[in-house]
Design a protein. Structure first.
Length: 302
């Protein structure tokens, strides 16, 4: 198989500044895909552009949290358990895990998918804003219910079947091998294809970090990619005075916009023999036999 990389733009539809960046990257073929936020203020613009151009590589960014003080949004269904006291979606994943009713979350997931389809988007895959459905803060995971929904839509989903030990987030978590194997087996049993690895990098600007040091850290990862299909994600935005004043770490969003256009990044992809691919590849090549996967899941749950 070799080394294949899905470079996904999260938060499509969040704002005009992110929309402009993601549209440019998709038009130029510099990224693999994007995932759209149906609840965010820039959704209509992003959806209209996607539908008009019949973009085949825009997925659904299931959004249950609204993290920025100056840029907030509400759920589509309006259920009280999905909002904080200010009437917006929860600021943090922990608040969401503690407050959201499961049935309300499932209705909201259906509503977000339905709105994306109604807008004319040929949804390519599904992922989740801030990992709010993963149970990372309190252990309350809604992945089984979400995977069931995604299986009904016959789509692939962002997860991973192997842990990349060098990843700064996933590689540092203890005792996740068994839960990861269980979720991967459940995805296989439901017929939901997933990538082999998920790679993260810090969302915030780190102490002393510059664009050049950020670029070099990403390029270094390209040379260390394991064989198989890896996904990583960026949140690119064009320079924008309002966003730079009101959105924390927006400088890094501009860096993430610059990176795929950078000649050094393009050279590193070729030199490291890394092929950009997308979720259409995952859909066509990474689906596992469901019966065998179900038997494996039963063993893992014992």
């Amino acid at each position: 198989m070799g080394k294949k990389l899905i470079l996904n733009c999260d938060d499509f539809g969040q704002s005009p500044a992110l929309n402009q960046a993601i549209m440019a990257l998709l038009e130029e073929g510099k990224v693999s895909s994007a995932t759209i936020m149906t609840v965010a203020p820039g959704f209509e613009e992003a959806a209209a552009w996607t539908a008009k151009r019949r973009q085949p590589n825009v997925g659904l960014h299931l959004t249950m949290t609204s993290e920025f003080e100056a840029l907030r949004w509400r759920s589509l269904t309006g259920d009280r358990s999905l909002h904080d006291d200010s009437g917006y979606q929860y600021r943090t994943v922990k608040e969401f895990e503690q407050g959201a009713a499961t049935r309300a979350v499932m209705k909201e997931i259906d509503a977000q998918y339905g709105l994306a389809r109604k807008a004319g988007i040929a949804v390519s895959h599904v992922d989740n804003h801030m990992g709010s459905l993963y149970g990372m803060e309190t252990g309350r995971s809604l992945l089984p219910q979400t995977l069931w929904k995604v299986s009904r839509w016959k789509l692939p989903m962002r997860f991973f079947r192997r842990i990349y030990k060098e990843d700064p987030l996933l590689g540092s978590l203890e005792g996740i091998e068994r839960p990861v194997a269980q979720v991967a087996a459940l995805a296989d049993a439901f017929g939901v294809p997933i990538p082999d690895y998920l790679l993260s990098h810090p969302f915030a600007v780190e102490d002393g970090e510059t664009y050049d040091s950020f670029k070099q850290s990403i390029i270094a990862k390209l040379y260390r990619l394991p064989d198989g299909v890896c996904e990583t994600y960026i949140h690119p935005g064009v320079p924008d005075p309002w966003m730079q004043e009101h959105i924390p770490n927006y400088e890094k969003r501009v860096w993430e916009y610059r990176l795929p256009f950078d000649d050094d990044f393009a050279y590193a992809l070729r030199d490291a023999d890394v092929e950009l691919t997308g979720y259409r590849y995952v859909q066509e090549h990474l689906k596992r036999p469901r019966l065998r996967s179900g038997l494996r899941l039963v063993k893992l749950l014992r």
